[in-house]
Design a protein around this ligand. Structure first.
Ligand code: APR
Ligand code: ZN
Length: 195
């Protein structure tokens, strides 16, 4: 992270928010829909259109300018902690940081029914993808390979028209199971209504 400006560091952990909710930013206590209450130096040039960001894993929203100010007041080590829920961004995420890892069987193709619930699950999976929850790096329970990209806690159907692998259809409980797995990762229907 050497050479990155504080704003660049903070942006790494944020998703865009097109329509800020009618809530206050809990850093400056001003409305998210209005300007940041923070008037300090070094955070000029943030345009109004992108003035609010959502932290990618926990989903809490703040003025970008407030997060930059908070980062500048800390030890500026490239990490950021959500002031609401204390989730840490930029800490070590890989089990063996710096060690190379493999990715097998990509692109992986997955199937959902084209039903109302199937389309809802698809939307929530996109939120999960943005929050980096679909894949992880670890040991594959199928192949035993270490340091490889593996499915994370949310199940996908990779077989269509048969069920030879046990990861196909029919499986009447699948969509409800996935909704439950998504909920366990903090993702609910509200997440796709927010913007
Ligand atoms: N399709 C969907 N999910 C799978 C599959 C599969 N073929 N195999 C395993 N899973 C599920 C497991 O039930 C478990 O919950 O993924 C989770 C992690 O299992 P691992 O075996 O560690 O996953 P990974 O190595 O990523 O996947 C194995 O999945 O999509 C295929 O091509 C991929 O052959 C690979 C297989
Ligand atoms: Zn948070």
């Amino acid at each position: 992270l050497a050479g990155r400006t504080p704003e660049e560091v903070v942006r790494r952990y944020l998703q865009k928010v097109r329509n800020p909710p009618e809530e206050d930013c809990t850093i400056c206590m001003e409305a998210l829909a209005g300007p940041s209450g923070y008037k300090g130096p070094g955070v000029g040039g943030i345009s109004r259109a992108e003035s609010v960001g959502r932290l990618s894993q926990c989903g809490h929203q703040y003025h970008l300018q407030c997060l930059v100010a908070m980062y500048n007041n800390g030890n500026k080590d490239g990490s950021l902690q959500c002031p609401t829920c204390k989730t840490i961004y930029g800490g070590p995420e890989h089990p063996n940081p710096g060690k190379p890892f493999t990715a097998r069987g990509f692109p992986r193709h997955c199937y959902l029914p084209d039903s109302e619930k199937g389309r809802l699950v698809l939307k929530l999976l996109l939120v999960a993808w943005d929050r980096r929850l679909i894949f992880s790096v670890g040991t594959s329970s199928t192949t035993g390979e270490t340091d490889t990209v593996i499915w994370n806690e949310v199940h996908h159907k990779t077989e269509f028209g048969s069920n030879l692998t046990g990861h196909g259809y029919p499986d009447s409980g699948h969509l409800d199971n996935v909704l439950e797995e998504l909920r366990a990762q903090g993702i609910t229907e509200e997440d796709c209504l927010r913007d």
